[in-house]
Design a protein around this ligand. Structure first.
Ligand code: UD1
Length: 383
């Protein structure tokens, strides 16, 4: 059997690493071998957004690099489809495996299906219900087309069933990203917070405040809905610099898109000159895990971080109005609360979160063995 798996952007790398390890483990046994090719579309190309994750997670270099780069959605999806079509026609895989919900996921699932190649979607069934999110469109199309839909939780199975998906296309496997978290936990725990800060400062001469465990906050922000509108990002920056950073050190690894927008809206000097606010470049997997392990609070608009906060128990304010990952919410037993981008709501939930203790939770099958179940399901669906 021949599988092509696809990565394109940062959140894909921690999902593909365990899948590749599961194939290696399978191939060391007696059964029929799986031939595997890794394709990188090149959506994320900065060293810190891509190569660092290959190095840290021991992902072998991509066999094929499409070099698609940045652009509008249509440019990214279109260019990926044109380049990936050639790969599929040349390599003739039995399966294309896509993960998550980025533009590479959509582009490669559509391309595979048009060439009559079976497609498996790992992390299927997530729905935010918000079609203004590019990722929601990617999820809807990918799940509509994929032959095998492997879900991280039971709520996702309900979503697929509501859409009329037949039972034999659905498999419940758990959360593959948590495989990576479990595999890397020990290595991350051995890092010191002050080293993580020193090695990742965005501005070399910046002051690092004194830091104690469970007395600092971490934030990430990159969604267009938060960073692309001047009034929204200005209000968020006001709150973060005046209120959060005055209560405790606040670490902010900055996504390239957020930095560009802060500069464009004239907010850059403000964030640079706030004492207690430590600007960091995009940080590596272990560094982020280490900061998360003993953070007092996380503020984020990332999907993956909501899940990591749940498993680590870090109180998390999700700067979105909806989530495709309800299993991470407090009302479902998780660690996160949806606060949108309205500062009054964020402030109210911020004070409540500061009163909550850390509480680690483990949704069903988030047990570190999801990748093996994914490969088993693909093999079973091939027979
Ligand atoms: C993409 C994913 C999003 C995911 C996020 C994680 C889609 C639709 N979105 O959003 O789901 O949460 O990745 O980061 O696929 N840029 C660089 N260097 C890079 C990559 C990007 O400078 O290596 C800059 C470019 O100016 C680019 C912008 O960041 O235009 C946005 O990058 P893009 O890949 O289009 O989307 P993300 O916001 O990263």
């Amino acid at each position: 059997m021949k599988i092509i798996s696809v990565v394109g952007a940062r959140p894909n790398f921690m999902k593909i690493a365990p899948f590749i390890r599961a194939i290696e483990k399978h191939n060391s046994g007696d059964g029929e071998k799986v031939e595997h090719l890794l394709v990188h579309t090149g959506q994320h190309y900065d060293h810190q957004m891509s190569q660092t994750f290959f190095d840290a997670l021991n992902i072998p270099p991509a066999d094929i690099h499409l070099g698609v780069g940045s652009g509008t959605h249509a440019e990214q999806v279109g260019n990926t489809m044109i380049a990936f079509e050639k790969v599929v026609m040349e390599e003739k895989p039995d399966w294309v495996v896509v993960v998550g919900d980025v533009n590479a996921t959509l582009a490669c699932s559509v391309t595979a299906k048009k060439l009559h190649v079976k497609c498996c979607h790992i992390e299927a069934g997530l729905r935010s219900g918000d079609e203004r999110m590019p990722e929601e469109i990617n999820r809807l199309v990918t799940d509509r087309l994929s032959n095998l839909l492997l879900t991280p939780d039971l709520l996702s199975i309900e979503n697929l069933k509501k859409e009329g998906v037949e039972d034999n296309r659905i498999g419940f496997v758990g959360n593959i990203m948590i495989d990576t978290l479990e595999a890397q936990r020990e290595k991350a725990a051995a890092l010191s917070i002050s080293d993580v800060l020193k090695e990742n400062l965005l501005l070399e001469d910046a002051n690092i405040p004194a830091v104690e465990e469970e007395k600092y906050a971490v934030m990430t922000l990159h969604r267009p809905s938060n960073v692309d509108h001047k009034d929204i990002i200005t209000a968020l920056v006001e709150f973060l610099t005046r209120e959060v950073a005055s209560d405790m050190p606040l670490f902010w690894p900055i996504h390239p898109r957020a930095r560009k927008q802060l500069e464009m809206f004239g907010l850059w000097d403000r964030v640079v000159n706030t004492p207690n606010l430590v600007l960091m470049r995009p940080i590596g997997y272990h560094d982020m895990l280490r900061l998360n392990m003993t953070a007092r609070l996380f503020l984020t608009d990332s999907g993956g971080l909501q899940e990591e906060c749940t498993v680590l128990g870090t109180p998390c304010l999700t700067l979105r109005w909806n989530t495709e990952r309800p299993v991470t919410l407090l009302e479902h037993g998780g660690a996160s609360v949806l606060v949108g981008n309205n500062v009054e709501r964020i402030r109210e939930e911020y004070h409540k979160a500061m009163d909550r203790e850390r509480l680690a939770v483990r949704p069903e099958l988030w047990d570190g063995h999801t990748a093996e179940r994914c490969l088993e399901a693909i093999i079973k669906a091939s027979n």
